[in-house]
Ligand binder design. Sequence first.
Ligand code: FAD
Length: 213
Amino acid sequence: MKIFIVLAHPEEKSFNAALFHTAINALAGAGHEVKTTNLYISNFQPVSDKRNFTHLKNADYFKQQEEEKYALRQNAFSPDILSEQEKVQWCDVMIWQFPLYWFSVPAILKGWIDKVFTMGKFYDNGKIYDNGFSVGKKALLSVTTGGPQKNYVADNYGSISSILFPIHRGILEFLGFSVLQPKIIYSVERLDDKERKMILDHWAERLMNIDKE
Ligand code: FAD
């Protein structure tokens, strides 16, 4: 299978980076084709604005979705967006590896989402959910948290499924992806080395069989 993995963590020695590299090695070792984006290493510019485009339809009044439809016809997307879009279109499975920030994705990944999933190419009128451009593809969130699992319940932080709902339903399924069971590693800083090693081993094992999910 063709797997695209996006990492959103600013530290190369972090546990998120370890999960990212474990995934690459496990998937490549199992014979899958892997492409990646390491957002901080590639110095991805997350602010979505006029710079998304090489030229504009209306330079006086910026409307992103209008410009996206124009850019599709005029081949006017900036190169950083085009290269990410190509990886999304190429893959069968897309994995996002990130630490939970404020019950959501880190800003750099949010910016990537805002810029990459453009109107006319990834969604459009009537081209969402079961009719989305990404129908047939799968998406998998791999998330670490600072908070302990016991806090992720309805009368405390809220369940993790309710926290991930805007990402699962508002972004991935909206685009047509089928969402796989997310990998959640709670309270990663409070685990000991043996527990963390076990998590990496389980992650590798799961990914080696990703084609069966
Ligand atoms: P790290 O601190 O990088 O790693 C944990 C430990 O694993 C370290 O000791 C590291 O040395 C070790 N390690 C690294 N590689 C390996 C390896 N190969 N094998 C074994 N051990 C290894 N948390 C929440 O629960 N909810 C929130 O809403 C939330 N919001 C946040 C907002 C912000 C802005 C920030 C900065 C943090 C927030 N957090 C939140 C906490 C955050 O989610 C956690 O700090 C993060 O998930 C921890 O993951 P990490 O990769 O940074 O861990």
